[in-house]
Design a protein around this ligand. Structure first.
Ligand SMILES: Nc1ncnc2c1ncn2[C@@H]1O[C@H](COP(=O)(O)OP(=O)(O)OP(=O)(O)O)[C@@H](O)[C@H]1O
Ligand SMILES: [Mg+2]
Length: 253
């Protein structure tokens, strides 16, 4: 197993009050698998991702990557978060090569890698621009290229397309699907969009309302390149919607 989450719990303490965010979560993600996490707002999706990323410590349980316990962030896990801002003082190239510079990669190697990933995300023509000159979709493409440039085996994405309009969002989903068919990363992807999850995932995991536990797992048996209008696609969409709605309803009880 690439990622193994065992008995994971996390409680936050704020102003003397304890908020259990995650409760006894078990989850396994195989190498090259694309797993989407769905669940009501506040059910602990970001908490789970942050623990896997090594940004946050669990209260109980553990996360293993390649059977080694996660004790902090690492180059084996690339992250793309919704608000994961680019460095405004660096160009697109500067942002994408940032991690490679930290690692001390020589300039020629950096150039090759950056060119490859800018091509892959369709930004080759914008290499010298600064983040302020880019649209939201372009910025998220840079964030994806930056994560990929460090060649992590795992990519953790927390609503990476959440701030984009519906059209741009579908374009980026198409691109991410295409990239995944080339790169074969192990991906843990948080989204609120059931359509997005069915479009991208090998497995969709629905979490309960807070404190988050695993409610139900759907294995998506659809072709690699998916048709959002196929009856089988719509079938998964409505099945998963039903299960997510049960949990969202509990939040409002
Ligand atoms: N740093 C923190 N301090 C205190 N409580 C926190 C902290 N981070 C998260 N929480 C609480 O933990 C719970 C889970 O939060 P989390 O951000 O993981 O939810 P989420 O599923 O990602 O929600 P959303 O879909 O809205 O992004 C919430 O009740 C939240 O208020
Ligand atoms: Mg979140």
């Amino acid at each position: 197993m690439k990622i193994r989450v065992r008995g994971l719990s996390r409680t936050f303490v704020a102003q003397g009050r304890e908020t259990p965010a995650l409760l006894d979560v078990d989850l396994e993600v195989a190498a090259h698998e694309f797993v989407c996490l769905l669940g009501p707002s506040g059910c602990g999706k970001s908490t789970l991702l942050n623990i896997v990323a090594g940004f946050l410590r669990p209260t109980a349980g553990e996360v293993r990557v390649d059977e080694r316990p996660v004790t902090g962030p690492g180059a084996d896990r690339g992250v793309v978060f919704q608000e994961y801002v680019l460095f405004p003082w660096l160009t697109v190239v500067g942002n994408v090569e940032f991690g490679l510079r930290l690692k001390g990669a020589p300039a020629a190697e950096r150039r090759g890698i950056v060119a490859r990933y800018l091509e892959l995300v369709g930004l080759a023509a914008h290499a010298e621009k600064y983040p302020v000159q880019l649209s939201g979709g372009m910025k998220q493409r840079v964030a994806i290229a930056r994560a990929l440039a460090n060649s992590p085996e795992i990519i953790l994405m927390d609503e990476p397309f959440g701030a984009l309009d519906a059209q741009t969002r579908e374009v980026l989903q198409d691109e991410l699907g295409r990239i995944q068919r080339v790169e074969h990363k192990t991906v843990l992807f948080v989204t609120h969009s059931i359509r997005e999850a069915v479009y991208l995932a090998d497995r969709v995991i629905v979490m309960t309302s807070a404190p988050g536990r695993i409610k139900q797992v759907f294995t998506i048996k659809l072709p690699e390149v998916r048709d959002r209008f196929a009856p089988e696609f719509t079938h998964y969409e409505s099945e998963i919607t039903r299960v997510v709605k049960e949990e969202v309803a509990k939040v409002h009880e």
